[in-house]
Design a protein around this ligand. Structure first.
Ligand SMILES: [Zn+2]
Length: 251
């Protein structure tokens, strides 16, 4: 059987074979897999969390993955970066990262943006993607992506990390609290905060999983909730988030 012969509309036999382990009861339906293929996801940035998030989205078969991240990879990234190796240190990140993602799934298109999108570009991107997986370290960027997602009416998965703790939040515009509801005042930003790569990968993978669930229509996404895993204490908590009356972004 070749790639042209298909058992499901829009999915080739080779794709069905490739995704066989994620198709079935309790995972994705074929229709869900097709919806993934027809989806575009923006991941910004692609460091310790966004790297594994982009990788998991590409491996799962999201049809188009757009990655955005400025600057060159440095050796201090190597404790948590899964898309780049020692060989990439000193080089701009996104081109080799995009090549790696393409090498992992020939059925996925990868678009690389070699900088952090500003307000205007983020707005434009939000209008041509189906979901944003937000993984920047700064609240300024996270709140910008939140605003763009709410304005465009698309879901946003916000991932954050510090030390051995990760947090995850899913925003569904007009339905759930947004990031600005939770952080009405921008918290201070610590430039070189500590982080262990294993928590970055964990929370990045969980962010990808939420995006996969939403895009494919599988399971119960964490809409309107914040999940926190404090690995230092070995404690996972999930809290419900209320929309904030008068929120300048979502109300
Ligand atoms: Zn809000």
């Amino acid at each position: 059987m070749n790639d042209d012969q298909s058992n499901a509309p829009g999915l080739s036999a080779a794709e069905l074979q490739r995704y066989a382990r994620q198709l079935g009861d309790g995972v994705l339906s074929r229709e869900g897999q097709l919806r993934l293929k027809q989806s575009t996801a923006l991941v910004t940035r692609v460091g310790g969390m966004g790297g594994p998030a982009a990788l998991m989205l590409a491996m799962a078969g999201v049809g188009r993955v757009i990655i955005a991240h400025g600057g060159e990879m440095i050796s201090a990234d190597l404790n948590r970066q899964v898309l780049g190796s020692e060989a990439v240190v000193g080089q701009p990140r996104t081109a080799p990262f995009a090549d790696y993602l393409r090498s992992m799934n020939r059925f996925v298109e990868v678009e690389a943006i070699d900088h952090e999108p500003d307000d205007e570009e983020a707005d434009e991107l939000a209008r041509r993607v189906d979901i944003i997986v937000s993984c920047p370290p700064t609240f300024k960027e996270r709140l910008r992506l939140n605003r763009c997602a709410v304005d465009a009416g698309i879901p946003l998965v916000d991932a954050a990390q510090w030390g051995m703790t990760g947090t995850l939040m899913v925003v569904q515009p007009a339905e759930s609290a947004c990031l600005e509801c939770v952080y009405p005042e921008t918290p201070p930003f610590e430039e070189l905060f500590p982080v262990v790569g294993a928590i970055s990968s964990m929370i990045g993978s969980m962010a990808a999983l939420e995006a996969i669930k939403i895009l494919s229509g599988t399971g119960k996404p964490l809409v309107g909730k914040m999940l926190t895993y404090d690995a230092f204490e070995g404690r996972m908590t999930t809290i419900h988030l209320e929309r904030r009356a008068g929120c300048p972004v979502c109300s």
